[in-house]
Design a protein around this ligand. Structure first.
Ligand code: SF4
Length: 388
């Protein structure tokens, strides 16, 4: 079995390999280090390095993977363990956790993002239903590191089982409690979480640190607990396989570098007719191939229905929180259509060269934008996401 580990699984530059073709490696062994902003990459199986190029390292794995068999981290303090473990935002952002957790938040907040906002995804809820204490302990560790005094787990009440399980897990844990998010997309957006939990309206482009807070996905916090307690680097990922597969499933702790087709097969294979593979969630995911690999930021492997034939002229409404222009154009063209006009939701404002939403999730009516697109020749509208 060949595992392929991309050298860029994080925000920042690709890592630099520290192994050579022909080297024998052990599961958990460091194989690539950041060159600037980034995070360490470790072998996700015992085996031999069979290929290295500018984008990835391939390992020919030997033997079965034993979950307790890995090279332990050696750093002494908690923040160094997080850095050594190569933890990045597992919700998809991929920002290196040790950089984020360097912030000093005296009296501030660690907000665990359990929104799992994208439809079909279920691996975060599976974690919270079954091992909530891993996340609660991760929050406590990050509170200690940053000096924060409050830990909030942000969850939608519709996830009743996970909510009850997590509430039990933090019952006697000082400073950690459950808080509720409304059931809408994009409730997991950082500015929405800060607004709903802390009552602070962050300015456009501002980070949660301006509200004395850090937001971290629940799986990232689980990885913090593993790094500190088990001295374990990030060598696995929780994923959801859904859509047109025979048995939509959640898989916990699969080895990084595995081919995604393996998990489509494990899920009973395709339900025919099937369409494209989407990596990530339905709103913000990207087109993927069967040969793509499990990486630190991948949460969903979704199989879509085939594209309908639609040869009309499309108008596009862009929204910060959903699919962006490139992806919407790809979808319109895959149906056989053409994009003839594009407008932005009226809540989008430019800040530092990027358009951002002024009130995520509190969406205006889009009638005037639809009329604008019609005037420009649009016969149909394609939109990433909108509550309207
Ligand atoms: S207000 Fe507009 S830009 Fe903001 S989330 Fe809603 S549709 Fe998207």
């Amino acid at each position: 079995m060949k595992l392929v580990l991309p050298l860029r699984q994080h925000v920042g530059a690709p890592c630099t390999p520290v192994v050579q073709v022909g080297d024998e490696v052990k599961r958990g062994q460091l194989i690539a280090k950041p060159a600037g902003l980034g995070a360490n990459i470790h072998a996700s199986a015992n085996g031999k390095i069979v290929e290295i190029n500018e984008n990835e390292i391939a390992i020919e794995a030997v033997g079965e993977i034993n979950m307790d068999d890995y090279v332990r981290l050696t750093s002494e303090d908690h923040l160094s363990l997080i850095e050594e473990a190569g933890i990045v935002g597992a919700g998809g952002a991929g920002f290196p956790a040790h950089v984020k957790f360097k912030a000093k938040l005296e009296g501030g907040y660690i907000l665990a993002n359990a929104a799992e906002c994208e439809p079909l995804l279920a691996h975060n809820m599976h974690l919270l239903e079954n091992e909530p204490e891993l996340v609660v302990r991760g929050i406590k560790y990050v509170m200690e590191i940053t000096g924060a005094t409050h830990g909030y787990i942000a969850i939608k009440p519709k996830h009743q089982k996970a909510m009850i399980s997590v509430a039990k897990a933090c019952k006697n844990v000082e400073g950690v409690e459950v808080k509720f998010l409304s059931d809408m997309y994009p409730a997991g957006d950082e500015r929405v979480i800060v607004r709903e939990l802390l009552g602070v309206e962050l300015p456009l482009g501002a980070l949660p640190s301006e509200a004395n807070a850090i937001i971290s996905n629940v799986e990232t916090l689980k990885n913090v607990t593993y790094a500190i307690e088990k001295k374990m680097p990030v060598i696995t990922k929780d994923i959801t396989v859904g859509g047109r597969v025979a048995k939509p499933s959640v898989y916990r702790e699969v080895p990084l570098g595995m081919e995604i087709k393996h998990y489509i097969d494990q899920s009973g294979g395709y339900v025919e007719p099937h369409g494209e593979i989407v990596l990530g969630g339905p709103f913000t995911g990207k087109h993927g191939e069967e040969s793509a690999r499990i990486v630190k930021t991948l949460g969903g492997i979704l199989v879509a229905v085939p594209f309908p034939e639609d040869h009309r002229k499309f108008g596009m409404i862009e929204c910060e929180c959903g699919a962006q222009k490139e992806r919407l154009t790809e979808l319109a063209e895959a149906m056989g259509g053409t994009v003839v006009a594009s407008v932005k939701c009226k809540r989008m404002e430019e800040i530092n060269g990027r358009f951002r939403c002024t009130l995520p999730g509190i969406c205006p009516g889009q009638a005037e934008k639809v009329l604008e697109l019609k005037k420009q020749g649009a016969e149909a509208i394609i939109v990433g996401t909108c509550e309207d």
